[in-house]
Design a protein around this ligand. Structure first.
Ligand code: NAP
Length: 300
């Protein structure tokens, strides 16, 4: 009889078991090769009670310091604006050689806030990650074990990250079903500004524009919402705190993408105004080609 291989981590701690955190827990709970012991920690008593009820963690803690004491890996899954604050609470309590990670949707400002904290704890490896997966829902009930299946997870390890820690976090995300790629924090924020943050900005804005229309028109928008508008409303249903933090923290890259978008939208408007069929058709064809390549890459 052969011994079972040791799990990737003995103790894995998730701080903020909402959509992303509870999806990690669900996957790790279903696949015990990931961690022997799963600990969840949240500031909200209602979230803690729900996570305990769902049975997706072996222990549920209110106190982050108590939660991380035996951890081999701690993943902070709270809104971007709270990540460094949580890190400041847990770093002094973590054991030497442990890994600290987070899943925030913005990386440059998080890294700037983390750098002075991390310099006091050279024995903790910091490996930020961003799973490019999500829904418009929040909280522990929104999570599911297959959320990361076939999705990309972008890692932004600081220069000098120990190779074994990076390998562990890479393996973790592969075991979550994701495909993993490393990049710099700056590149990450520019990529996410165009593929995620600008589309959310547009969705929130178009819903606001529709809502600002006269009463009778508004009721028609809602009554006759066709697929285009409906798809925007799904994105616009996302959590306000999370998106406030993302917009404010990725300000430069997002505003740059917004400027480019406005210029391109104005060019499209001009083509419509002047009846420039070639420009209109080529834009639509590019959009269709992008959709086809997403389907081929199984990202649709
Ligand atoms: P979520 O469902 O709202 O979960 C966040 C959880 O963190 C909530 O239970 C929240 O409690 C808790 N929390 C907030 N501040 C805390 C603190 N100081 N200490 C402990 N717990 C705290 O959010 P999510 O969608 O999973 O997003 C979490 C992170 O993942 C964010 O940084 C986001 O940018 C990133 N992300 C999100 C997506 C997505 O599509 N949703 C995708 C990739 C990455 P309360 O409810 O009481 O505030």
């Amino acid at each position: 009889m052969t011994d079972k291989p040791a799990p990737l981590f003995d103790t894995l701690v998730i701080i903020g078991p909402g959509l992303i955190g509870s999806s990690i827990l669900r996957r790790a709970h279903a696949d015990r090769r990931i961690a022997r012991r799963l600990v969840a920690c949240d500031i909200s008593p209602a979230v803690r009670a729900r996570v305990a009820e769902l049975g997706i963690a072996d222990a549920v803690e209110a106190d982050p310091v108590a939660a991380v004491r035996d951890a081999d890996c701690v993943i902070i899954c709270v809104p971007v604006g709270a990540i460094a604050m949580v890190a400041a609470q847990v770093l002094p309590a973590m054991k030497k050689g442990a890994i600290l990670s987070e899943v925030g949707s913005v990386k440059v400002t998080v890294m700037e806030a983390m750098a002075p904290l991390l310099s006091a704890y050279p024995d903790i490896a910091f490996v930020p990650a961003h799973p490019m997966a999500g829904t418009e829902f929040s909280g522990p009930d929104a999570g599911f074990a297959t959320l990361f299946e076939d999705r990309w997870c972008l890692l932004t390890p600081p220069v000098g990250t120990p190779a074994p820690a990076l390998a562990c976090v890479t393996t973790l995300w592969e075991m979550m079903g994701a495909r993993v790629r490393d990049m710099t924090v700056e590149h990450h924020d520019r990529v996410c500004a165009i593929v995620s943050h600008l589309p959310h900005l547009l969705a929130f804005t178009i819903c606001g524009t529709a809502d600002d229309l006269a009463d009778e028109t508004r009721s028609e928008v809602l009554d006759f919402a066709a697929s285009g508008f409906r798809d925007f409303t799904r994105i616009a249903a996302s959590d306000p705190t999370m998106w406030r933090d993302i917009f404010l923290n990725n300000r430069e890259a997002l505003l740059d993408m917004l400027d480019r978008f406005i210029a391109d939208a104005q060019a499209m408007g001009q083509a419509i105004r002047t009846g420039n069929e070639d420009v209109i058709v080529s834009r639509i064809q590019r959009g269709r080609a992008i959709r086809r390549s997403l389907i081929e890459n199984r990202q649709a």
